[in-house]
Every structure is written in structure tokens, then in C-alpha cells.
Ligand binder design. Structure first.
Ligand code: CA
Length: 220
């Protein structure tokens, strides 16, 4: 499971990342609202944990942007604010649950499990299928003719972008900036390396190279 943590308190964020990693949960962390929107719209995680008091914009604004983009990823609000109004507003505009700071880990984990159960009941409809290739958004696996293959995070994100935009060319810049937005160090041939690994896993024909421009997956 992948969680996007949006939190500008870096020591809290680091603590949460470590604690959740011990539970086998992958956490990507951003500290600004605009970054959060970019990441969620490009690659919706399984769950968003969102602090309401962010340096560049209000967390409530982040929620409304995400929902305006028709992204249904569950959002758990973390709020340090005394007033319940912000929490209620957050739930009204599309957050799924909230936790008041300070909170303890068992409680956070329990909330995450509830959201996770909700996802797994709806996950099937989120799978992306093109021809014989099914991308399972819940498990980051690709299934080709019934055979399951696990992808790395970067491979998964690239393939998801290509499949969601099937029939359209994705430029190198676009794909690289998406890798970069997830905190990956993008050196000059990182994209080629990921594409190479993907082709080894799903066959060389599926992802087409558009020479000098980028890559595409055909709509079938
Ligand atoms: Ca804050």
C-alpha cells in the first residue's frame, strides 16, 4: 500500500514514515499543498494523509482540488487546530476521516486499516486494462495473460501514466518530471533504464518508442 503524507512538520513526517514503514506501508512525503496536488493528480496513491496547516496553501484547498479532479483516493486529515469547524469543512468537501494531533500510532494505524478495507472493496474497478495487460492499481502488479509480475514503484508509475494516456505520446520531459516529483533522482538515462526493465517484464512490443520525443502505448 502506498500513502502520500502531506505534512510540513518534518520531524513528525519522518517519525510517521519510519513507523509506517515498519508496518510495510510505503510513504511518500511532501510538505507543500501544491506538490501534494501535483502528485495526487499524476499518480493517485492509495491513501492521502493530509495536514490542514500547510505553508503554501490551506489543506482544505488541497482536498477540494483533488476532488475537483475526480480523484476518489481516501483522504485522512491530520488537524492540530482547536476548532472543529475546519475538520467538519474538510469532511464536507470530501475528506474521509480525521485525526486530531497529537495522536498515537495504534489509532492512526486503525484508521488506515479502515480506509484500506474501503479501497480493497472498490479496487477492482480501478484496474487499467489494455489488450492482454492489466495494471492492478491496488497491488502495483501487472498481469499479462493471467501471469502476475511485481513492478517497482517507478516502473508502476511510468506504466500507469502510459496506460492511462494510451493513444497519446508522453514526452520524455513529462515522464521524467513525474519520476522527479516522487523524489527519485533522475539522471540522464533513468527513464530508459525503467522502460528497459518494463519491457523485460511485459514484452518489448507494448511500449513504443517515439524517437526523439518520448513513449506511447497504443489503444487496443
Ligand atoms: Ca502544519
Amino acid at each position: 500500500m502506498q500513502i502520500l503524507l502531506v505534512e510540513d512538520d518534518l520531524s513528525l513526517a519522518e517519525g510517521l514514515q519510519h513507523a509506517l514503514a515498519r508496518e510495510g506501508i510505503t510513504v511518500n512525503h511532501v510538505s507543500k499543498g501544491k506538490e501534494a496536488i501535483h502528485v495526487v493528480v499524476s499518480f493517485p496513491p492509495d491513501i492521502v494523509i493530509l495536514d490542514l496547516g500547510l505553508p503554501d496553501m490551506d489543506g482544505l484547498g488541497v482536498i477540494s482540488h483533488i476532488r475537483k479532479n475526480k480523484i476518489t483516493t481516501p483522504i485522512l486529515i491530520l488537524t492540530a487546530r482547536d476548532s472543529v469547524e475546519d475538520t467538519v469543512s474538510g469532511l464536507d468537501i470530501g475528506a474521509d476521516d480525521y485525526l486530531a494531533k497529537p495522536f498515537n500510532m495504534p489509532e492512526l494505524l486503525a484508521r488506515i486499516r479502515v480506509l484500506e478495507r474501503r479501497i480493497s472493496t472498490t479496487a477492482e474497478s480501478n484496474d487499467i486494462r489494455i489488450g492482454p495487460v492489466i495494471l492492478e492499481t491496488s497491488s502495483m502488479q501487472v498481469i499479462i495473460a493471467g501471469k502476475e509480475t511485481l513492478l517497482s514503484k517507478s516502473e508502476y508509475m511510468l506504466l500507469k501514466t502510459l496506460m492511462q494516456n494510451a493513444g497519446r505520446i508522453q514526452t520524455r520531459n513529462n515522464l521524467e518530471s513525474q519520476l522527479y516529483s516522487w523524489g527519485e533522482e533522475v539522471n540522464s538515462n533513468a527513464l530508459e533504464v525503467h522502460i528497459h526493465h518494463l519491457r523485460k517484464k511485459i514484452g518489448i512490443e507494448f511500449i513504443k518508442t517515439i524517437r526523439g520525443v518520448g513513449y506511447t502505448v497504443n489503444k487496443i
